[in-house]
Structures are given as structure tokens and as C-alpha cells.
Design a binder for this molecule. Sequence first.
Ligand SMILES: [Cu+2]
Length: 352
Amino acid sequence: MPNTTRSQFIFGFVIVAAIIMGATIGLLSNDVYAQAEQQTIVVQAGGAGLGAAEALIFAPQSVSVHRGDRVVWAVNGFHNIRFSEEGHIPLALIPGVNEVEIPQINPAVGLPNIDNGAVYSGGMANSGLPAGVPGGAPDAGGTFSLIIDLEPGTYTYLCDVHPGMVGQITVVADDEPVASTAEVAIQAKGEIDAALALGNEAWQAQQEAAFGVNTANDEGVANVQAGSTDTGRTTVNRFFGSTTVIEVGQTVTWTVPAGSPDPHTVTWPPLRGQDVAPIPQDAGPPILAFGPGFTPNIPENGEVAQGTEFNSALLFPGQSFSLTFTEPGAYPYVCNIHPGMEGTVVVLPPGA
Ligand SMILES: [Cu+2]
């Protein structure tokens, strides 16, 4: 065979091979993404209600998609999105537990292990935490999305910050119908409105009670409820009774009710934006150590006089924090993680 003919033959062979390969790839990708068009649906991660009411749900809680569809989570609040079969894991790691030496945000919650917009084909996948967590989800307060490349079946994901905030994606066969983008949006709104109903009611009740004050009981203790309870999947980020009036020597106890869906702090002065103090590492991501905002600062003997600083750090549902006030005056305080969640302790001279 003359050289030219031979190179033409090889060239031709390569072309034919490329066509066959292309067709095969086409068939394969058709097999993977048989749906004619990739659909994008939006899941709301949390939703704002009246005032300080906030729904801690994924809406729609359950969506059906075809393999190859894109799911976009609109992140409305401090949430992560994590697929895992092991369920909820702790947001905070405490020294002495599992060889942790520094109090920190659990890196498995705070840091992403999959790119925003990536193809998700199973296993552990975490968006990371938004806003305020260095190295966390890249578009804080924005969106996180995945292309769902999974066998038909139901897959569960959750937010580790808010136990009980769980969502499901069901992948159905290509010839089964699924709700459209618009239908999913309408369903999401309905679910958020329903979840917010109790929270909005609690918010309105709190507004009406705002001028009421907490006072001390026979034991000299004034109890203040931090955050809402019995409001389902909605939280109302307020101190119930924002004013507490006691006498010198009496105690205020703040309690996050066991039925509250969100943690809070009792802090003075405000330490906003100081929740995380990253410690760079030679290799790998930084340790997300707690900053002053998440570090307890308990005054000696729990006693507060004018100018004393205090910080309960995160109080999870069921936890309490107490301070005894030793000087007359007005003592403002805030929840460090919920803007607008503020209160005042008015301390009167004894026998006033
Ligand atoms: Cu709070």
C-alpha cells in the first residue's frame, strides 16, 4: 500500500472510529439523561415570616425529579444542606470529645465537600454553612445547587443547624411525570405559609405582650423565655418579655424552651460577626474555632454589676443561663446570633 493511501486509510479509520465513539457516548449520555430537557427546580431552605418569625423547613419538603435534573436550594438563613445516611451530626465540637482540643464548628457541617453546581451521584455531600463561616458555602445567603445523577429512589438530606429540618428528593423513572418548576414553586410557598402560621401568631402575641414585664418569683428569680416554643417548625427569635424588673441581689434565669427549634445566646456587649475565629492549618482547611461571640464569658459567681460583660454562648433547647445582679441600673443584653433579639434587665435598689 503506498504511503499516501495508507495514511488516508488510517485517517478514514480514525474518523469512523470517532463517529462510532461519538454515537456510543451519545447513546450512553442518552441513557444517563434520557429526559429530553433538564429541569431546574427550586427548594426553599427556610423562610421569613412576620417580624422575627422564621420557618425552619425545606419547602417543598419532598420533591420528585428525573435523573439529570438540577435542584437549587435558595438558602434563606443559617442552614447547611447535607446528604448523608447517618442523619444529623453536631454543629459544635467540644474539647474532650472525640479528641477535639479546641471548641469549634464541626468541619463536616461548616465546610463544603462538594462544589456548588456539581453533579451529585450519591454518598455524603455537604454545602457547608453560609455567611460568617470562612471557607463555607461560596455564595452565602444565595443558592446551592446540585445536578441529581442518582438511580430511582428516595434520598434524604438535612440541615445540621436545625435538627428536624429534613428534605427528600425522589428520583423517578424517566417516563414518570414530575411537577414543573412553577408547580414546585407554588407548593413551596404553600408549605412555608402553613409552617409560619403558628410562628406569626406567636410573634403577634409577643408584640402585644412587649410592654409586659417579667418579675421575680418568691425565690427571687425572674424567668425569661428565650425564643419560642410550641410553634412547630417556626422560631420566633425574641426574648419573651423583653423587659425584666428585679431588685438588687435577685437573679434572672434565661431558658431556651425544650420545644424551641433554635439556639440563642444571652450576651453583653454584642459580639456580632465574631462567632468564628479560623485557625489556619499547614495543610487542609482552617479549624473553625469559636470566636468571642460563641465563647462563654461567665462572670465570677455569676454576679453582674455595672459594666460587667457576660456571654452565655450558644444555649440549645432545654438549656438555661443565670445571672445575679448586684447593683441598681439598667442592663441591656442581646442574642448574639439573631439581630433584633434584645432585652433589658432593670435592677431596682432593695425594697424599692
Ligand atoms: Cu437568638
